[in-house]
Design a protein around this ligand. Structure first.
Ligand SMILES: NC(=O)C1=CN([C@@H]2O[C@H](COP(=O)(O)OP(=O)(O)OC[C@H]3O[C@@H](n4cnc5c(N)ncnc54)[C@H](OP(=O)(O)O)[C@@H]3O)[C@@H](O)[C@H]2O)C=CC1
Ligand SMILES: Nc1nc2c(ncn2[C@@H]2O[C@H](COP(=O)(O)O)[C@@H](O)[C@H]2O)c(=O)[nH]1
Length: 316
């Protein structure tokens, strides 16, 4: 027997009676760790999506961000962000270079407000060792661990000390993990299972195609949503602009792509071109408007209304 599991595109949310006079009354803000953010959505910690300027842009707009971890001067990044009065949110790996970066932060007396442990399968012994190390050395930082895709994995990461857990394996737009390894879990099942298994917040990572998918992820129990391709086509994202036959695109590549790694070894990601869409300012406004509308259809005034909204599968 096989389990049938669903993705965002397979389900819809059932409307309830709207109780607000205007969508503007719906509050999309979310408490995440020590801070409150304007939206429960943020850009992927990928080199083709965020750089230091992108992170500053999001932080100044009241959005959460996480810097990527590739060829990073972590000390310089944390120092710069905090010197500007902004929060510092970094990513780390599981190898010795990460231990060196963490030691350098400590030597400089720097404590990032948020640390994300970023590996393909965080349900592993190396991630356990690093999570325990970070919790011991940086007890004041909010530690996000990922990625995982099952309830058992979520429970273990919580037990190791993660303050939040990032869920989503092989559902991303530039992902080829499912092709190369055979492993993947659709996002509805991933988020529902993981969120039900733990008390810490769960971040739904990858697979956002439509703006309404954000509301669907929250309805599955996610507290935050991470997306890469959604943000990749804009001026403020980190990818290069490419012109082909007079049309403009932006490069978007996976963190496990040959392009990001600099060599063809354990490649589980690809590079694509996404449509260039200009400034991100309008996108941020539209994402907020759409989520406010989702909250109104859910019959509430805040994100909590989406938590218990009914979900249906559309018959083919
Ligand atoms: N969300 C997703 O579905 C996926 C995301 N990614 C992204 O790609 C980037 C690279 O990820 P990742 O390869 O984990 O990070 P790294 O390339 O930094 O690998 C981390 C370390 O763990 C080891 N390792 C990695 N995978 C395995 C494994 N399956 N079994 C045993 N050891 C392993 C590696 O050793 P060695 O290389 O020698 O095996 C390496 O020492 C990350 O940013 C990640 O988020 C990648 C794939 C899927
Ligand atoms: N399997 C892989 N997954 C990757 C890689 N680089 C990033 N990612 C994951 O994808 C999401 C973004 O997905 P999107 O659908 O919103 O574009 C990102 O947050 C990572 O979790 C990779 O090389 N391989």
């Amino acid at each position: 027997m096989f389990n049938t599991e669903l993705n965002y595109g397979d389900v819809y949310l059932l409307p309830r009676k709207t109780v607000v006079d205007s969508r503007k009354q719906c509050d999309t803000s979310v408490q995440f760790g020590p801070r409150r953010f304007d939206m429960p959505l943020y850009a992927s910690n990928m080199k083709s999506v965020v750089d230091a300027e992108t992170c500053e842009y999001f932080a100044r707009h009241g959005w959460f961000y996480t810097m990527h971890r590739f060829n990073m001067d972590v000390v310089g990044f944390v120092r710069d962000m905090q010197a500007k009065g902004l929060f510092a949110s970094i990513s780390i790996g599981v190898n010795d270079d990460t231990l060196e970066q963490l030691a350098a932060l400590q030597a400089a007396g720097l404590v990032p407000e948020y640390i994300t442990l970023d590996v393909a399968n965080a349900w592993c012994v190396k991630a356990e060792r690093m999570i325990r190390h970070v919790k011991q050395q940086f007890p004041g930082s909010f530690l996000i661990g990922g990625n995982i895709a099952t309830a058992d994995a979520a429970r273990e990461l919580q037990a190791w000390g993660c303050d939040a857990i990032k869920a989503g394996i092989a559902g991303g737009r530039v992902c080829i993990t499912k092709n190369k390894t055979g492993f993947h879990r659709p996002m509805i099942a991933t988020v529902r299972d993981c969120a039900a298994a733990v008390t810490v917040p769960v971040i739904a990572d990858g697979g956002i195609v439509e703006h309404g998918d954000v509301a669907k992820a929250l309805a599955c129990g996610a507290s935050m949503v991470m997306a890469g391709s959604l943000f990749a086509g804009y001026d403020e994202s980190a990818g290069e602009i490419v012109e082909i036959n007079g049309k403009h695109y932006k490069e978007y590549f996976g963190s496990a792509s040959q392009f990001n790694k600099g060599e063809y070894k354990n490649v589980e990601g690809k590079k694509i071109l996404v449509e260039y869409k200009g400034s991100m300012a309008r996108l941020l406004v539209e994402l907020k408007e759409d989520l406010q509308s989702s909250i109104s259809y859910a019959g509430g005034m805040g994100l909590a209304a989406l938590r218990d909204v009914e979900m249906i599968v559309v018959a083919c």
